[in-house]
Design a binder for this molecule. Structure first.
Ligand code: URP
Ligand code: ZN
Ligand code: ZN
Length: 461
């Protein structure tokens, strides 16, 4: 038996804040109370610190084959970087190869992930080819494998995209089996048209990545996805929402009493499309959907406070600069994605809580609790409560530091946030009762991270 006593911290959950001690035995939270006097193997004085649940990032791509290369963080480097930044659980995407089964994709992903992670992880299953065979696998994915969310792409035409007929079929089956359908909601045909148009006109810089995915491509697809989900009755979740138009499509869906879960990502709250104006430098932020405008950032912050946006993830999908250079002469060949998993919690605290855009409790809700609830891991994950996994961050809300590729732990040789000053630092990160990060040092080994089987999602969070 091992034990940790965290004393004198300010305990923050999604529902409240209080001064309390937390006593951990083995992997679980054992007791929460004031002035606890238990003997423990390790006593941590958290005076002046905030104690909150380990973050859950439900949108990462580790070691993912994509656009002719692989994302540069694997399960070891990616989950280690996540732990440094207070994220104790990530949800990655298994990508079905068109023409093959869901199980064959799962096997491939297990070969890459098993025994390699430092932090906990789960999988979404991305269905890129819905047919009678894949339909028959949905139930086992949920019941046997603990993979209860199914990702779809309405874009990446010719690679990952499915059509509306497949979408309806998948939604019906996932609804019948008690899962959730998530989506990359942009209009793949419109984007395909605009990419071809810009290329034929010799407009090949990263700016044209942005101009090939205007806001309407996202608002249209978000509305269409919500309509199909309404018709089938499946629980819907839109990943990486970026803009006011798409958010308004979901606002409209609420008028018929529909619930559509919405995730945005940290970058869409704080970065904007002016970054695409600096020639090839803009490739650092080539991601899909692209960064948007200031007015979209305001809509997303408001959406968090209105409860229309429930989750802040990252869509962490890093590529080395040499990989980005695959698209030096043609924006459509730049691998899409950027390094982010390490900075989500600190940036959200610094830009959100410190700047009075969201409360501390909203911070916990959107960085951890809601993802645990929506993706069937609550109350094991996503909160600090008696019986929950002891996934805990001890956070100094005043420590200032500067983000940089020279100090980050993600396997990426540049940073999309170079020189960004943040206030607030993850000092100690505990995962299932083990100190994983202590003042910048890693204390757990590769293989400590566990695959988390997830249960049913709920419309009620
Ligand atoms: O640019 C992105 N988002 N890359 C990862 C794949 C995806 O669409 O999520
Ligand atoms: Zn996507
Ligand atoms: Zn993604």
């Amino acid at each position: 038996m091992s034990s940790i006593l965290i004393k004198n911290g300010t305990l923050a959950t999604a529902t409240g804040t209080c001064l309390a001690d937390v006593y951990i035995v083995d992997e679980k939270v054992n007791t929460i109370g004031q002035n606890l006097q238990m003997q423990a193997d390790l006593v941590i004085d958290a005076t002046g610190k905030i104690v909150f649940p380990g973050g859950i990032d439900p949108h990462v791509h580790l070691d993912m084959p994509f656009m002719g290369t692989y994302s540069s963080d694997n399960y070891e480097t990616g989950t280690r970087a996540a732990l440094h930044g207070g994220t104790t659980t990530v949800i990655d995407f298994v990508l079905q190869t068109q023409g093959k089964s869901l199980y064959s994709a799962l096997e491939e992903w297990r070969k890459r992930s098993d025994g390699n992670a430092l932090g906990d992880y789960a999988f979404h299953m991305a269905v890129t080819d819905f047919n009678d065979q894949t339909k028959a696998e949905i139930k086992d994915m949920i019941v046997k494998e603990g993979i209860s969310s199914f990702k779809t792409f309405m874009a990446y035409k010719g690679a990952l995209m499915i059509d509306d007929r497949q979408m309806i079929g998948l939604m019906n089956e996932v609804k019948a089996q008690g899962g959730i359908v998530t989506v990359h909601a942009t209009n793949g045909d419109m984007i395909d048209f605009l990419v071809a148009k810009h290329r034929s006109e010799g407009k090949l810089s990263p700016l044209y990545h942005y101009l090939s995915q205007p806001e309407i491509t996202e608002s249209e697809a978000s509305a269409r996805f919500a309509d199909m989900a309404f018709y089938t009755g499946v629980t819907p979740y839109i990943v990486h929402m970026t803009c006011e138009g798409a958010l308004n499509a979901i606002r409209n869906a609420t008028f018929r009493n529909q619930k559509v879960f919405v995730e945005t990502c940290m970058q869409y709250l704080i970065l904007d499309a002016s970054l695409y104006e600096n020639d090839f430098e803009g490739a650092k932020w080539v991601m899909s959907p692209p960064l948007r405008e200031k007015k979209d950032q305001e809509a997303l912050w408001a959406g968090l406070n209105q409860g229309l946006v429930q989750v802040v993830g990252t869509d962490h999908c890093p590529f080395m600069w040499d990989q980005k250079k695959m698209g030096e002469k043609d924006f459509s060949k730049i691998p899409n994605g950027h390094p982010a998993v390490e900075h989500r919690m600190e940036l959200l605290f610094s830009e959100g809580v410190k700047k009075n855009k969201i409360s501390l409790n909203k911070f916990v809700e959107v960085s951890s609790t809601n993802a645990a609830k929506i993706f069937g891991m609550f109350p094991r994950k996503g909160t600090i409560a008696v019986g929950s996994d002891a996934d805990i961050v001890i956070f100094d809300p005043e420590e200032k530091h500067t983000l940089s590729a020279s100090t980050h732990h993600m396997n990426c040789d540049y940073s999309g946030y170079e020189g960004w000053e943040v206030t607030g630092k993850c000092k100690t990160v505990i995962l299932r009762g083990q100190v994983a990060i202590d003042n910048g040092s890693v204390k757990v080994n590769k293989g400590y991270g566990s695959f988390i089987k997830r249960g049913e999602s709920s419309l009620v969070i």
